[in-house]
Structure formats: C-alpha cells, structure tokens
Design a protein around this ligand. Sequence first.
Ligand code: FES
Ligand code: FE
Length: 449
Amino acid sequence: MNAPQHGKFKDLVDPERGTLNRKLMADEEVYRLEQERVFARCWLFIGHESQIPDPRDFVSTYMGENPILLCRNDEGEIRAFLNMCTHRGNRVNRLDKGNARTFMCSYHGWTFDTNGALVGLPMAECYGDMDRSKWGLVSVAQLDVYKGLIFATFDPEAPSLKEYLGDAAWYLDMILDRREGGTEVVGPHRWSADANWKSAAENFGGDGYHIAASHGSGRKVGIDTTTSYTRGVGKGWHMHAGNGHVINAWAQSEDVKEGPWFAQPVPEIGDYMRENGAEIEERLGHARSHLFSPTGGTIFPNMSIHWLTYTIRVWHPRGPNKMEIWSWSIFDKAAPPKIKEIALDASLYRFSPAGVFEQDDMDNWAQVSSIASSVIAQRQPANYQTNIDLEIREHPEIPGLLGSIWSDSNQLDFHWQLACHLDAENWNEVNAQPSWNDLTRKRSTVNES
Ligand code: FES
Ligand code: FE
C-alpha cells in the first residue's frame, strides 16, 4: 500500500495500520462538516420510480437533513426540490405522498406548481414588479435515474451519476436488472435509532465478522441471511467499486454449480431464481450468474442494500448520535404475486423496525456511537485490523478490487472516502486525493479467495 496523504480528517483514518479515531463517529464538527461536504455534495438516493408512477405523483424524503419534495411534473418528468416555501421557509408540502397539481404553503398561501414555479401569490399587487421566477422552489442541482433508483445532488459540479456510481452500477444490476421490467418497491418503513449513520453504513458495507456474535440467536431459531451451507463454506470477497462504494459477497464454492441463488436464504426465492435462471444469466452474464452472490453493500455515503433479503435503505443523519432509517423492500416487477409476498415477508422479518437482525444491529450501533463521544474513548483508536494484510486483487471478470470478506478493507475504504470529502473544499479537491483503490494497487489475478 502506498503511503496515504495527510489531512485534518484523513489523519483520523489510518488505512495502513487499520485504525480509526472515534471522533469520526461522535464529533459535532465532523457531523456539521458532513452536512456540507458529503450530503450537499454527493449523489444521494431519494426514491424509486415505482413510488411516483404517474404525472403529479409526489413523495416526501430527505437529502441529509434537507427535506425534499420529490415529484413528477405534468409531463411525467421527475423533479426534486427543497421542501421549503421560499417566502418565510415553511414546509411547503406536509404529506408523505400523494398526487397534486400544485403545492400551497399553509402559512401565507404561496403556491408552487410541479416544476417548482411560484404560480400563486396572495395579494400579488402588494409585491410591485417582483420577479416571480426568482422565487420558485429550490431545485436540486442534478437529478438522474439508474434503473429505477432516483438520485440527486445539490452540487452542480458533481460528476454525472454514471461516473459517480462507476463500477457499483454493475453490482446494483444484480438486484435491479435480473428480469425484464426492472423492480418495484414497498415502503418506506421509517424509524429512528440513537446511533451515528456511519455505524450502519460501514456495517452493511463490509461487516461479515459481526454476524456470528450479533445474530447467532436468530440463526439458532432458523432465521438467516444466507444458507447455512454458504456460511459453512465461508468463502467470499470484499469488493471495492471505487468512490467509497463497498460491497460484500459470498463466492461460489467448487461443488456448487447453481447460480448466485446458491446463497438465497428463502427456498421459494431460490426456486424462483432457478426457474428464471436463463433470463437472469442472459441479462447479467457469467460472473454475476455463477461466481458470487452479493450480500450487503453501501453506496457512498448513506444508501445500503442487502441483496439476499431484498432490502434497500437510507441512513439519514440526524445528529452525531441519531439517524432516521428509511427502508424499502425491493423485488422484480415481473415476479408472480405469491413470490413478491414471500420476498416482502422475508425482507421485513429480517430487516425492518421489528426485524430479527435489525434489532440486534441497532443496539450495537447505539452503544458504539454513544461511547465514541467519551474523551477517554477517543484516546483509544478503534480497531479495523481484520486481515488487512491480505492482498487486494483484481479479477478478470469482476470490476473494482477484491479483498477478503473476512477483513476490514471495505470499512477502511468507506471511512477513507469520507475523510477525503471532509478534507476537500470541492469536487476538484476530492478527485485530487488518492482514493482507497489508488492506495491499494497490488495488481494480480484472483484465482481463489
Ligand atoms: Fe410560505 Fe409564507 S411561509 S407563504
Ligand atoms: Fe447485522
């Protein structure tokens, strides 16, 4: 590994030694700067197209702490605005979802259309020649859709969504593009946890290590996120897709010749995948049909996915020690209703406010986050040294870099990317810093994990 660069926040992460200063998890300054340099800069997931199928449909959501009105205009084009009336700043839309031609602020009655234009101004004659076009809703700077997932950024200088997702899109396809017609979602389920958002993002992004200790009781009663066979074989990868996007996956063992559905924890879904194996393989190709099965992953900064339990979620920051969790179940639109029902039950049973695994995780994240604010705790760095000496390699059929699933490489990648953003004034400065992948160029071909 090449020596990392220094910086106020990069110095809190040591990717060579495998340590993290706990300040990153608890510090008020870090939290405030994240709002500016991460959440007002990066592309963030704001909803799924199936939540707003028709013209004038809308939902409320968030980008970081910023309330967002996501809607379709009269022509069906997707728009996203800060959910704030430009007059005094009342929340212009109070509903979670609906269909509306206009949004009238409940305070003084300013009214905006689905393109954000100020179209209603009570006592307009009192405003002289005020230029109404300057007082429309504040739009996001860029909005784009990747196979049903709607993303937006408030930074006009941000790279395109395609560039931002980079190799991560290839992995996302394994949940988004298995079948003709794409996906649909149910949700969101919303709840809050007394934990820093990064404790969840890093966990979904790479923490296979916690499963035995945290979720052993669930597994004892027969609830799991993969098959016991897959876990018994224990082969897998950390996948570094670039830009801080990190994914973990179970790798196929030699004696299993079935597709990535070898790891499906729900037998009916495994059967469904096998029945549609030819279509899936045609769409996704050999590697994504035979070599590995993604489990969890994080799209930097705060969207996570669990491929094997059909869950996508956002960890919305609400303070150094608080987050809102918004979670959707996602499945193939083309699946039979019975299979969709089974997938939904399987998803909610594992990851939801009452989910068997969610309960275990939230408690651990809350403890980690609250203790991190202790002065004495901050003198003792957090340990991220699991197998970090193992070689990180390339694979001829898989994009990005691969480490071992039993390592902390993904978590270090995520925190390094965060620190790079915190140290940078703008995208140019972000791009000028060495990414985790840049730091870890030990190129060779993976034959075996
Ligand atoms: Fe919205 Fe006054 S705050 S109309
Ligand atoms: Fe967990």
